[in-house]
Design a protein around this ligand. Structure first.
Ligand SMILES: *Cc1c(COP(=O)(O)O)cnc(C)c1O
Length: 464
């Protein structure tokens, strides 16, 4: 089609429909948007056979500019209502923080702080001094350090303890987490040399021992967070690794991944070693995430023996991996919940883990009733069903959490799911064999009340 119908930038700027936009937004940004909208039409026009008038294209470009600026102003990062039943959904930003944690972030964000200022002595302080006493107190270890995330924690630990040296790891523990964290790659980046020992399914203490040489700097165990090797298997126990480490005079590190400070047994979860137990067993260094089972902000926590943590504090790499004041505020607020007898009353991740099925059933019934009340003449079927929720976030991969969901059966299921996902707030549901399921475990306060209006609005659109 003839590209001469494309309006010019000046024509768009002069358009009546653009005047409000020009009055509000920074002009060069508006011009950039106009250019890219016109470019988009140039590409589109080459592909479509039908004739569009200059006027039609002008209107579309103006609408496109307005829409683009609206989305940029609003932000691309928006709220998602998580009805998937996966508590730690990495794609949904992992742990939801407690309201009191959010309050702490807000108050620190809006003021100056003593981030690197020692208020006692009026001298320069360290950002690492804030959470360290709390962490060591809670975990029962000598020292602790917080960095950007657990990948950074592993990188810093390996680079500090094993640069140019060998690190021994079991072949059964060469994990990949979420596509981008891979033990062999992190090892390479850290400047340490990976020495694989044992086999995928069996690695004995003697396999580690046979690999120890003058060049060895560290024995590393990695939690197989998101998979399990089942059947004919043998994994060297932490106790045996610690014993071996002592015998060959080598530090032992454990990348715990999720890391939990509470024994999940009290909610019927599979047995899982806690961070405290790990440290008590004599492991020299553990690393774990702040935003997995701990239920806090994105962060990587390094805990263990002072002599190793102190070396990490002196590593220049730390400057590139450091956390900001908002993370420190959020982590302190989260950790302070663990000072109390029942942190599960205050930390959303733990609350969701421990939810009583009876309570979930009542909540699902409440949602189903609300949906039935506003059903009007929509032809849909609403039911409360038992479901299986998941921990997610690379923790407890096999654990099934018995929960409840509300199912919606409609002819327009696929379209509805699509519209719910693309809305604002976005709503993430599960769909199986054409039936939509909304798990109530991961719904937050007030969200059940929001859902009926959203669902029927989109259903209306989907059906028309
Ligand atoms: C999740 C995980 C990581 C990466 O942690 P991030 O906080 O996402 O950087 C590393 N190792 C293990 C074993 C994990 O489970």
């Amino acid at each position: 089609m003839d590209l001469r119908v494309l309006p010019s930038v000046d024509e768009i700027i002069a358009d009546q429909g653009l005047q409000d936009i020009l009055n509000h937004y920074h002009r060069p940004v508006v011009v950039t948007c106009i250019r890219s909208e016109i470019d988009e039409y140039r590409r589109k026009l080459k592909l479509i056979p039908e004739q569009l008038t200059r006027e039609e294209i002008r209107q579309c470009v103006v609408d496109g500019v307005s829409n683009r600026l609206m989305v940029w102003s609003r932000g691309s990062l928006i709220k998602v209502i998580n009805a998937s039943g996966v508590i730690l959904h990495t794609n949904l930003g992992r742990a939801v923080l407690a309201p009191e944690t959010a309050d702490r972030i807000k108050s620190i964000a809006e003021s100056y702080t003593n981030l690197e200022f020692d208020l006692e002595n009026g001298t320069r302080g360290s950002r690492y001094s804030h959470v360290e006493p709390l962490l060591t107190g809670l975990l029962g270890c000598e020292a602790a350090l917080v960095v950007n995330n657990n990948a950074a924690a592993v990188l810093l630990a390996l680079n500090t303890l094993a640069l140019g040296k060998e690190v021994i790891v079991s072949r059964g523990q060469l994990v990949e987490i979420g596509g981008s964290f891979r033990i062999p790659e992190i090892m390479k980046l850290s400047g340490a040399n990976l020495i694989e020992v044992g086999t995928t399914n069996k690695t004995y203490s003697r396999d580690y021992e046979d690999a120890v040489s003058d060049n060895t700097a560290l024995l590393l165990a990695v939690h197989t967070s998101n998979y399990r090797i089942l059947g004919f298997t043998y994994e060297t126990s932490l106790e045996d690794l610690v014993t071996l480490g002592k015998r060959v005079d080598m530090p032992v590190m454990y990348d715990l991944g999720s890391g939990t400070m509470i024994d999940g047994g009290k909610w019927g979860l599979e047995p899982e070693v806690t961070v405290q137990e790990c440290l008590a067993s004599g492991i020299d260094i553990v690393t774990f995430s702040g935003d997995k089972l701990l239920g806090g902000p994105q962060a990587g926590i390094i805990a263990g023996k002072r002599k190793y943590v102190d070396k990490m504090k002196k590593n220049q790499l730390l400057r590139a991996l450091r956390v900001d004041k908002l993370t420190i505020a959020a982590l302190e607020a989260t950790l302070s919940c663990y000072l109390t007898q029942s942190p599960e009353d205050r930390i959303p991740v733990l609350k969701m883990l421990g939810r009583d099925p009876g309570e979930l059933k009542a909540e699902a019934s409440r949602l189903a009733e609300a949906l039935n009340r506003s059903k009007g003449n929509h032809i849909i079927n609403i039911e409360v069903v038992e479901t299986i929720d998941k921990v997610g976030g690379g923790a407890y991969p096999l654990q099934e959490l018995p929960g409840y969901a509300v199912t919606i059966t409609t002819d327009h299921a696929e379209k509805l799911v699509d519209k719910l996902r693309r809305g604002n707030p976005s709503v993430l549901v599960r769909i199986k064999e054409g039936v939509i399921a909304l798990s109530v475990r991961t719904l937050l306060a007030g969200e059940i009340e929001l859902l009926p209006a959203l669902i029927y609005r989109y259903l209306e659109e989907a059906a028309s």
